[in-house]
Design a protein around this ligand. Structure first.
Ligand code: NAD
Length: 278
């Protein structure tokens, strides 16, 4: 039976490291969050970000811009924040209204204040293994893997999902650890090859957003399963993997919720501290 790979113990450890850094620097940090329009999905993230910031003594300021704000308006607001020395980090809450393209906007945040790690300069540093500010979810997955002391060198790691926030940066972080990395996506699924890749994974990382996509019997005996997926099924939140079935074969498995999610928000705070050079 698999052991549970939970985020909460790690969250406490990382929080304590960050708190020490902030206290010994004696600097008041400020994180500014920008929301355009009202979206219930944002409220959950904003609440958990504020809670994490409060616990670390970081000032969290939410700016709710009108839903008619356009890309130019958002960029000029970001540029004001870039110039403001009292602001250490900027987050843009997703989803943005359809008329604003996040990929275009995120490059206007100055790299040192890019707590989500999505500025092209921070992403580019990943190629050289030199990034200090990392995309939060990818960083959370790496923390979970490192917490179980797994030597990734030569391991077959299969990532399913090739988004900019999870699969692509993770593939680079894992290559740095000399893992043999396979990235699967919708093309793999359509070609009917998902099962065969998953079946040979020593480490499986799921980041799709489809409940029940991976069957328990596909999991290799002793594999480590990290489920990033978040899916609402009835009134329950589940991942992409059949948790019950996979638990019978895996050595470690993340619960959903309670695995990757709690760590993601603390990675934002770590990026803030890195960006402020504490
Ligand atoms: P995305 O929509 O940007 O990317 C989805 C990926 O899944 C793409 O690579 C796509 O090609 C692939 N895909 C879609 N259908 C597939 C199929 N049938 N078989 C194989 N691949 C398929 O998603 P994202 O933003 O990377 O998020 C992925 C999931 O992770 C979502 O459930 C999201 O809610 C969750 N998520 C969780 C956290 C967290 O902190 N736990 C953070 C970010 C995202």
């Amino acid at each position: 039976m698999a052991k549970l790979l939970e985020g909460k113990i790690l969250v406490e450890q990382i929080k304590s490291i960050l708190r020490d850094k902030i206290n010994s620097a004696g600097k008041k940090l400020k994180l500014v969050s920008i929301q355009v329009g009202v979206n219930p999905a944002c409220e959950v993230y904003v609440k958990s970000q504020k809670r994490a910031a409060d616990l670390l003594g970081i000032e969290y300021q939410l700016h709710q811009l009108d839903k008619v704000t356009n890309g130019e308006g958002l960029v000029s607001f970001i540029q004001e924040l870039n110039q403001d020395n009292s602001v250490n980090g900027i987050i843009i809450q997703l989803p943005l209204p359809l008329h604003i393209d996040y990929k275009k906007i995120s490059q206007f945040i100055t790299p040192g204040k890019d707590v989500e790690g999505m500025h092209p300069l921070n992403l580019g540093k990943l190629i050289f293994g030199k990034a200090k500010i990392l995309p939060c979810t990818a960083a959370a997955v790496m923390e979970l893997l490192s917490s179980i002391g797994l030597n990734l060198s030569g391991k077959e790691v299969v990532i399913v999902g090739h988004s900019e926030i999870v699969g692509k940066p993770l593939s680079l972080l894992l290559l740095e650890k000399l893992a043999t990395v396979t990235v699967c996506h919708i093309g793999t699924f359509k070609a009917g090859k998902l099962e065969e890749h998953i079946k040979r994974a020593d480490v499986l990382i799921m980041a799709v957003g489809k409940a029940g996509l991976v069957k328990g019997e596909w999991i290799k005996e002793g594999a480590v399963v990290i489920d990033v997926g978040i899916n609402k099924v009835g009134d329950k939140i589940v991942g992409d993997v059949d948790f019950e079935g996979a638990s019978k074969r895996a050595s470690w498995i993340t619960p959903v919720p309670g695995g990757v999610g709690p760590l993601t928000v603390i990675m934002l705070m770590r990026n803030l501290v890195e960006g402020a050079n504490l």
